[in-house]
Design a protein around this ligand. Structure first.
Ligand code: PGA
Length: 262
């Protein structure tokens, strides 16, 4: 059984002072969601790293996960501007994103760097949301799966325990922040291919338990249809995760379509 995961990627938005109120409101709103938070579905919030202590305190013992948007390639050392995965763990994080398209395309992060970040995160016991996805010209040139498989290939050689700590987020670059989401059929086709690639390269067990999130202009209006697809196991949400009402509606609409535990 794959528990749906709803991840909020706040990117470089929000003041630290907005964190506590967001958590309070979101928790209250989710009382009306179908199923039990933390059991039937999971929620993960990824703010700027500067917000994590405040977020940890705001979450308290609520079953809400929090994590970073990126993580350093080593436990410590001369890496100016980077955030140590050991310190993320110290702050109570269980998760980090890696390979987000903004990291790949604005900051030229390569697959090799994404691999080293992933390894460092796993070594500290963090779970990793590995983001993959093609650019518009790559989709037009029919290279979507080629691009996605190349990005996934950093996972080859990982053991079962490492793989159990990985979630893949499929985020077509052309859908991120554009208001134009992939259609449920387009998302399902790529998610299905990702699971097939996993089965071939990493084994059936890893493939069946892998959670594949969709990201790119997810909103309350498209959540139900997207989560209704068989291989869509949750979302990575940018813009629509900034307002607790909107984010909770993404979660509720998604869950109402997909009965808990399916
Ligand atoms: P968006 O961003 O929901 O604003 O399109 C998604 C993401 O970049 O993770």
């Amino acid at each position: 059984m794959r528990v749906p995961l709803f991840a909020a990627n706040w990117k470089m938005n929000k003041a630290v002072a907005e964190t506590a109120e967001f958590v309070t409101q979101l928790s209250e709103l989710l009382v009306a969601a179908p199923g039990t938070l933390g059991t039937d579905y999971e929620v993960l919030i990824c703010p700027q790293s500067t917000h994590l202590s405040t977020l940890a305190a705001s979450v308290g013992n609520r079953p809400i996960e929090f994590g970073a948007q990126n993580c350093g390639t080593a436990k410590s050392g001369a890496f100016t501007g980077e955030v140590s995965p050991a310190v993320l763990k110290e702050l109570g994080c269980n998760w980090t994103l890696v390979g987000h398209s903004e990291r790949r395309h604005i900051y030229q992060e390569t697959d090799a760097l994404v691999l080293s970040r992933t390894r460092a995160a796993l070594a500290e016991g963090l779970r990793v949301v590995l983001c993959v996805g093609e650019k518009l010209e790559e989709r037009r040139a029919d290279q979507t799966m080629q691009v996605v498989q190349a990005q996934l290939s950093i996972l080859k050689g990982m053991n079962a325990s490492e793989l159990s700590h990985i979630v893949v987020a499929y985020e077509p670059v052309w859908a991120i922040g554009t208001g134009e989401n992939a259609s449920p059929e387009q998302a399902q086709a790529v998610h299905h291919s990702i699971r097939k690639w996993y089965a071939t390269e990493l084994g059936d067990k890893a493939a069946n338990s892998l959670r594949i999130l969709y990201g790119g202009s997810v909103k309350p209006e498209n959540a139900a249809q997207l989560l209704g697809e068989a291989d869509v196991d949750g979302f990575l949400v940018g813009g629509a995760s900034l307002d607790p009402v909107v984010f909770s509606n993404v979660i509720k609409n998604g869950l109402e379509f997909r009965a808990p535990g399916v």
